[in-house]
Design a protein. Sequence first.
Length: 202
Amino acid sequence: MQSGYLYQRGFLFSLFFLALIASSSSSALGGGLTLTWQDNSTNEDGFKIERGVSGSYAEIASVGPNIQSYADMGLLAGTTYCYRVRSYNSSGVSSPSNESCATIPITTFALALTKSGSGGGSVTSNPAGITCGNDCSEVYSSGTVVSLTATPAAGSTFAGWSGDTDCLDGVVTISANKSCTATFNLNPAGFGLVGNITSGLS
């Protein structure tokens, strides 16, 4: 085995973005990065992929010989990740490639509220942003879980949520632009009994 080739440095190492994939996490999880590199060794058994955050590196995966790419998924939006690659065989492990870093962008989507029905009321959100009433839409980061609270006006009853499927329980996970509808209905009018009631036998 020509171990000298294993330790040959000078990987050409690049990094580019995959499309972001939304997830139902409260912390905007789901970004992905794909690494590519040039295989300059001729006798490797494979490659070790190392990922670093805040300067601390750890091996996250290994791939077989002659493979020149790796997809790292499920990353946090707004976080910077750095990568380097080492080749290895039975003689040992090479020095690392050059470092390449990228930041997962934060994706935002709009949540819009409408009200329907014969009655009245208001809708608020947690995290804050929607007070509908007046402000019936808000932009949130992907992965944010928004809880909606419907408060009927006097003489009205909240009848339920409709719109996107995720709206039906009033808890919405932001993964795309979504629209929810709160229905408020007037309470039915009361009925009174008019007349005289006579008891006993005549």
